[in-house]
Design a protein around this ligand. Structure first.
Ligand code: HEM
Length: 571
C-alpha cells in the first residue's frame, strides 16, 4: 500500500516537473510568420538571445526587434515560453494605424500592466480598458486640458526652467569649458515641475542643488529637505524596480521577490505618506472653502485650484456634498494615491530623458542649433540675461522651426521605444492572421527606412491615412536620410512661400496613441517647449569630444543617452 502511494507520488512529481519544463518551451509557431525555427526546441526560445543582446547593447528595443532587423521584415513572431503568441511589428505606418485607429481590435496590454500592477494596482496604467477605467480617466482629463495647463501649470514650468538656468550658470563657470553630466539636473527640474503641476506645493530639488553648488547653507526647512529625500527615494527606487522587472524573464516573479525586500517596504511607506501629507492639506482647504462659500461658490470654478490634484479633489468633495453623502477621505483612496504616483513617475523620467537627448542633439548638430536660436531671438527679442520670456509668450508664439525641432527630437530620442497591445479579436496585420489573445510588440523607433511592404496588405485605414499625407510621408522628402537628425523634414512651404510646420510629415509615435496613448502628452510638450526655449536662449551647446558624442541609448522604463553630457557657453 505504502509503496503504491510512493509510486503514485513519484509519477505526479515527474508529471508536474514535465509540465513545468514543457511550459518553458515555446508553443507551435503561427503559420506564415518569420521566426527562428531552432528556438522552438530551446528552453525560453528566443528569450536568452534577447536577454544577451539587451545586456550587450543596453537597449531592449534593439533586442526585441533584432529579428525584424536581421530579416528586414516588418512583422515576425517571437518564440519565448508556452503562452500567447508574441508578434513584433516594426513598421511606423502600421504601428500608427494599430494604436490610433484600431482601438476596438487592440487594447492596452497585460504585458505592460504587469510592470506596474504590483506597486500601483489601482493606477490607470495597470488596468485594461473597462467602464471603471474610463470613469477613473475622466476624473483626471480636465487636469490635462490646454486651458488648465496654460493657466495653472505653465508659470511653474517657466519657474523651473529659470532655476535650471541659474544652476547651469554656476555649473558652466565651474566646468570652464569641460563637459559635465546633465542627467541629475534634468531629473531634478522635471521632478520639481511635475510635483508642482500635480500636487501644487513646491518641492525645491533645484533650489537645494543651487545652494549646494554655491556652497551656501540651505535655506530650505527641515521638513522640505526630508520630503525631497523621500520623494527622490521613491522615484529612483520606483523606476529601478520597474526597470528590473522589465529586463527580467518574468516580471511578476521579479516583483514577487522584490516585494519582500526592505527597499520595497520603504518605497510603499514613503510613497503613501508623502502624498497623503500634501493631499490632507488640500482636502482641508477645500472643506473649509465649501463651508465658507457653499458648494455653489467653490464647485464649478477652478479659481482655487493650484494643481491637478486640487481639481480632482474639489470635484470629488463637491459631488459628495451635492448628493448629501458624508465627505470621503481621499487620503485613503487607493485610486488617488496610485494615480498620483504613477503620473509623477511616468511624467518625470520621460521628460528628463527627452531633454538629455535634446541637448545631445544640439551638441552634435550645430547648424540646427544656431537656426533655432535665430528663430527664438527673432520671436522673443533680446532680453537681458537670464533670458526668460513669460510662459504665455513661449506657448503663444508661432515658431515653425521650434515645432519642427521638438518633433524631430521626440522622433530621434525614442524615449519610449516599445509599447504593447493585447489582441482582442481574431484579425489581420500586414496580411497575416493574428489570433485573439496574441500580444503585440510595437516598435516606436523611427530610425531606419521602413522594410518593404506590399501596399495591398495594409489595412484600409492605413492606406487612407497615407493618401492624406500630401507630401508622401516616408516616400517623400520627409523620409529622406531618416537616420539623420533633421528638423526641416517637418517643415513645408505654403503657396505664398511662408514656411509652416507639417505635423503629418511622418507618423508620430513618441507618445503611443489612441485611447491608451500617453495621458501626459500635452503637459510633456508644454514642459519641453518652455525648457528648450529658455535653454537655447541662455546657453550655447558646444560640440562634445569624440568619446562622449555617441548616440547609444540606455533603456530602462524610458530610453536615455548612455553619455549624458554637455559643454556649455553662457550667452
Ligand atoms: C516626453 C515625455 C513622455 C513620453 C515620451 C511619454 C511616452 C508615453 C508612451 C509611449 C506611453 C504609452 C502609450 C501607448 O501605449 O499608446 C505613455 C503612457 C502614459 N503616459 Fe506618457 N510620456 C511622456 C510624458 C508623460 C507625462 C508628463 C505624464 C504625466 C503627467 C505621462 C503619463 C502617462 C500615463 C499615465 C500613461 C498611461 C496611459 C494609459 O494607460 O492609458 N507621460 N507615455
Amino acid at each position: 500500500m505504502a509503496s503504491s502511494i510512493l509510486v503514485g507520488a513519484a509519477v505526479c512529481i515527474i508529471l508536474g516537473i514535465g509540465y513545468v519544463v514543457w511550459q518553458l518551451f515555446p508553443g507551435t509557431p503561427l503559420p506564415g510568420y518569420p521566426h527562428v525555427a531552432s528556438s522552438r526546441w530551446r528552453i525560453f526560445g528566443d528569450g536568452l538571445t534577447i536577454l544577451r543582446i539587451a545586456e550587450r547593447t543596453r537597449e531592449s528595443s534593439i533586442a526585441i526587434f533584432n529579428l525584424n532587423t536581421k530579416l528586414g521584415t516588418a512583422i515576425t513572431q517571437l518564440l519565448l515560453t508556452h503562452g500567447p503568441p508574441m508578434i513584433t511589428v516594426d513598421d511606423p505606418r502600421e504601428v500608427e494605424d494599430i494604436v490610433m485607429r484600431r482601438n476596438k481590435e487592440f487594447d492596452h496590454s497585460w504585458y505592460t500592466m504587469q510592470l506596474f500592477n504590483r506597486p500601483f494596482p489601482h493606477a490607470t496604467i495597470s488596468q485594461h480598458t473597462t467602464p471603471a477605467l474610463k470613469a477613473q480617466k475622466r476624473l483626471w482629463t480636465d487636469a490635462m486640458s490646454p486651458d488648465f495647463l496654460k493657466r495653472i501649470v505653465a508659470p511653474n514650468l517657466q519657474n523651473a526652467a529659470g532655476q535650471l538656468v541659474e544652476l547651469w550658470t554656476i555649473r558652466a563657470e565651474q566646468a570652464a569649458g569641460t563637459p559635465f553630466k546633465v542627467s541629475a539636473d534634468f531629473h531634478s527640474t522635471a521632478l520639481d515641475a511635475i510635483w508642482t503641476a500635480l500636487l501644487g506645493s513646491k518641492l525645491g530639488v533645484l533650489q537645494s542643488h543651487i545652494e549646494k553648488s554655491r556652497g551656501v547653507p540651505s535655506t530650505l526647512d527641515a521638513e522640505t529637505l526630508s520630503t525631497i529625500d523621500a520623494v527622490r527615494f521613491v522615484v529612483e527606487k520606483g523606476n529601478a524596480m520597474v526597470a528590473t522587472a522589465l529586463n527580467s524573464m518574468w516580471p511578476p516573479l521579479a516583483f514577487f521577490i522584490l516585494q519582500f525586500t526592505p527597499t520595497y517596504r520603504q518605497f510603499k511607506r514613503l510613497s503613501t505618506e508623502e502624498v497623503q501629507k500634501v493631499m490632507r492639506r488640500a482636502y482641508q482647504r477645500f472643506l473649509a472653502l465649501a463651508d465658507a462659500k457653499g458648494v455653489a461658490g467653490v464647485g464649478d470654478s477652478d479659481e482655487h485650484d493650484t494643481c491637478a490634484m486640487d481639481l480632482v479633489l474639489r470635484r470629488q468633495i463637491m459631488t459628495a456634498r451635492k448628493t448629501g453623502q458624508p465627505p470621503l477621505d481621499p487620503t485613503r483612496d487607493p485610486q488617488m494615491l496610485d494615480e498620483l504616483w504613477m503620473l509623477l513617475l511616468a511624467g518625470h523620467d520621460s521628460t528628463a530623458n527627452t531633454l538629455s537627448w535634446f541637448v545631445k542633439f544640439m551638441a552634435l548638430n550645430q547648424e540646427p542649433q544656431s537656426q533655432l536660436r535665430r528663430a527664438l531671438s527673432a520671436a522673443f527679442g533680446n532680453e537681458p540675461f537670464p533670458k526668460l520670456p513669460s510662459a504665455n509668450a513661449i506657448l503663444e508664439a508661432d515658431i515653425p522651426y521650434l515645432d519642427a525641432m521638438m518633433e524631430e527630437t521626440i522622433r530621434v530620442a525614442a524615449t519610449s521605444a516599445i509599447i504593447n497591445r493585447d489582441v482582442l479579436v481574431d484579425t489581420e496585420i500586414l496580411g497575416k492572421r493574428v489570433p485573439a489573445g496574441s500580444i503585440l510588440f510595437l516598435n516606436l523607433r523611427i530610425d531606419h527606412t521602413p522594410y518593404p511592404v506590399d501596399e495591398s496588405l495594409r489595412s484600409a485605414t492605413s492606406q487612407a491615412a497615407q493618401a492624406k499625407r500630401t507630401r508622401g510621408g516616408f516616400d517623400g522628402e520627409s523620409g529622406r536620410d531618416i537616420e539623420k537628425f533633421e528638423p526641416r523634414r517637418w517643415l513645408t512651404k505654403k503657396a505664398d512661400g511662408e514656411e509652416v510646420f507639417d505635423a503629418y510629415s511622418l507618423p508620430v509615435l513618441g507618445f503611443g496613441g489612441g485611447y491608451r496613448g500617453c495621458f501626459g502628452k500635452r503637459l510633456a510638450m508644454m514642459e519641453l517647449r518652455i525648457i528648450i526655449v529658455v535653454l537655447i536662449l541662455n546657453f550655447e551647446f558646444l560640440p562634445l569630444p569624440e568619446e562622449l558624442a555617441g548616440l547609444e541609448g540606455d533603456e530602462g522604463v524610458f530610453r536615455r543617452p548612455q553619455k549624458e553630457y554637455v559643454r556649455l557657453k553662457k550667452l
